[in-house]
Write a protein that binds this ligand. Structure first.
Ligand code: ZN
Length: 100
C-alpha cells in the first residue's frame, strides 16, 4: 500500500512558491527561494572547491510551473529559467519538516 504521507492530494501555486496538501491531511508551503536553494539536480550540487554551475542567482526567484512526474516527484521550472530540478515527494516532505 502506498505511503499516504508521500502522496499529494493537491498542489497549488501560492506567492512565489507552491503549497502541497498531502493525502494524510498535512499542508506544506514552500517559497520559490527555498525550493531553488534545495534543487536536487546535478547542476545545483556543490562540489568541493567549486560553486554549483547553476546555483541560485541573486534576487527573488519564483516557481513558474510545477509538473507531476508519475506518482513520485514534481518537476519545477523556476523564474530564472532553471528547469532540471526533479523534486521527489520524499524530498519535499523532508524540506517541509526542516523549514518549520
Ligand atoms: Zn537544479
Amino acid at each position: 500500500m502506498a505511503d499516504l504521507s508521500l502522496q499529494p492530494k493537491s498542489i497549488d501555486r501560492i506567492g512565489s512558491g507552491i503549497r502541497i496538501t498531502w493525502q494524510d491531511g498535512a499542508i506544506s508551503s514552500y517559497s520559490g527561494e527555498l525550493l531553488r536553494d534545495h534543487c536536487p539536480c546535478a547542476l545545483c550540487k556543490e562540489t568541493p572547491g567549486h560553486p554549483p554551475p547553476q546555483g541560485r542567482p541573486p534576487g527573488p526567484v519564483s516557481v513558474k510551473s510545477a509538473q507531476a512526474m508519475g506518482w513520485y516527484a514534481l518537476q519545477l521550472v523556476f523564474s530564472d529559467g532553471h528547469d532540471t530540478g526533479i523534486f521527489t515527494y520524499e524530498l519535499l516532505r523532508k524540506l517541509a519538516a526542516e523549514s518549520k
